[in-house]
Structures are given as C-alpha cells and as structure tokens.
Write a protein that binds this ligand. Sequence first.
Ligand SMILES: [Zn+2]
Length: 154
Amino acid sequence: MSGVDAADSCLACALTAGTAPLPGGQVLRSGGWVVEHCVGPLGLGTFVVKPLRHVLHIAELTVPESTELGPLLRRVSAAVTEVTAPEQVYVCLWSHSGGVPGHIHFVVQPVDRATMTRFNASGPELQLAMGKAGCFPDPARVERICDRMRGLLG
Ligand SMILES: [Zn+2]
C-alpha cells in the first residue's frame, strides 16, 4: 500500500492539515503526536490522540513516537478528567475505517453515569449506542472545551 496515496484520502491527515473542518482546532501538537476533539459521535469532551504521520498499525510507530505515547495519554486523560469530571475515562483504539486499517487514533472518552443510564450501556456497547444515536456535540461547546484543554495542556 502506498502511504502517500492513502494519506491523501485520510480524514485524520486532513484534520491535521486543516483541510477538513475541525471544531475547536488542534489542542496540542507534542513530538510526533496531535491532540484534537473527536469529530465522531462520542459526545462532548472526547478527544483523539493520533500520530502526526499517517500510521496504520501500532507496530509501525517509531521508538520516539511510542516513548511519547504513554505519558501523553496520561496527560490528556488527566486534562479530560479535570474538565469533565467523569466517572471513568475510556482510552481505546479501534482504527478500522470501513473495515480496513485506518490512521491509528486513540479515543480518550469521558464517561459519566448519566450517559450510561441514558443508553443503558457501558464500554464498546456504549460507544456503539452513542454512534447510532449520533451524539455529535455542539460545535460551540467543543470550541469552549478545547480552549480549556489548551490551557491545561499548554
Ligand atoms: Zn492519515
């Protein structure tokens, strides 16, 4: 597979490059990683941590990228906790786009009791239910939460 051709049609790369709409804008660029609010239907305060490079498999991360990853996921999770006061923060990676490997991106998702009660679900079932319900957050609220995250992560 040609990485360049794949990157040309990659939403993650387009969001990083600023050629696709990204409410809230980039929250952090740190080493080989980028943090931004999730554009998918996973609710307000869900952030994405993804490599700057078009990487399809964890095994393809460089040593510096993988060294940066753990501390960055902890930092972003701590900031999400500070901003949203959730019951739990999910950090997960599926990265299958249309059933084929896609640009890897860790989802850092705050989950509270009200959301679990609303959907009567937790874990992957909760994410599936939120997707089906189209839990796209209000862009104005995304802008505000991204400003707060930049303050915490900056
Ligand atoms: Zn990409």
